[in-house]
Design a protein around this ligand. Structure first.
Ligand code: IPE
Ligand code: IPE
Ligand code: MG
Length: 245
């Protein structure tokens, strides 16, 4: 399959692991384990299709309110992913970043992620951003706090703060805005994901549970994306001229 206009940045809310497991009378953690397999599928699929940035929402700041056993299992699966995929990500030239507050993630997971970030830093084929302990509102609050501290110190002039200044303080500062946000699992909400950055993203919702995510799911999303007209507030005819020029 080939697409005329590919999104430069795809961001995915991986949802439905628990329901996938429940359908099979398996524990929720089994759904998360199979979800890790779908992460591999998504990374390979996006890399093969020439996507430059892929962001995966793996654990939100709100997910700390889940039972401890489930959190432990999720963190273990993240650690195993970082260790198990380490060599292949380097081989494919995929650079890994974390968005979110990595300092508050359990030590073993944090170390595995730090090693993955350091060892893949020279990758030029694709950037994979893992949203771990991430919250869109939290990220904006952190950015505003950092700006306020600098304003108080006289380094930042409040009247000169604009969208670009704020952007520089978000954990997503090195990435372009997502063009396409995909959510699996059937819910139609953002759940605190990339709130600032998704202002003009195209949204694609699928009933497919995350562990069942496949190349076909990805191609469905890319097909839908290729048919959308992004207007950014312009009239349809003007948007057409702008996007073809
Ligand atoms: C997504 O699956 C994984 C995380 C949020 C960490 P869920 O665990 O939310 O699965 P459902 O929504 O309960 O099916
Ligand atoms: C969103 O899924 C968070 C992640 C995918 C990490 P949730 O399952 O936590 O979201 P809600 O609770 O349905 O909004
Ligand atoms: Mg869920």
């Amino acid at each position: 399959m080939s697409f005329e206009n590919l999104p430069g940045h795809i961001a995915i809310i991986l949802d439905g692991n628990g329901r996938w497991a429940a359908q099979r009378s398996l524990p929720r953690t089994s759904g998360h384990k199979h979800g890790a397999g779908a992460v591999r599928t998504a990374v390979r699929g996006c890399h093969a299709r020439g996507i430059e940035f892929l962001t995966l929402y793996a654990f939100s700041v709100a997910n700390w309110s889940r039972p401890k056993e489930e959190i432990d299992a999720l963190m273990r699966i993240c650690t195993e992913f970082a260790e198990g995929e380490h060599d292949e990500l380097i081989r494919r030239g995929i650079k890994v970043q974390i968005i979110g507050e990595l300092e508050d993630v359990p030590t073993r997971t944090r170390r595995a992620m730090e090693r993955l970030i350091a060892d893949t830093a020279h990758g030029t084929q694709m950037t994979l951003a893992l949203a771990l302990n991430y919250g869109g509102r939290r990220d904006m609050v952190n950015a505003m706090r950092a700006l306020a501290v600098r304003a108080r110190a006289g380094i930042v002039i409040p009247e000169e703060i604009n969208e670009e200044t704020l952007r520089e303080y978000l954990t997503t500062s090195t990435m372009p805005d997502p063009d396409l946000v995909i959510r699996t699992g059937g819910e139609r909400r953002l759940s605190d994901f990339l709130l600032f950055e998704s202002a003009y993203a195209e949204l694609f919702f699928t009933e497919t549970f995350w562990p069942d995510f496949s190349d076909a799911t990805l191609d469905d999303a890319l097909t839908a994306y290729s048919r959308r007209q992004r207007r950014y507030g312009r009239l349809p005819a003007e948007a057409l001229v702008a996007s073809s020029g």
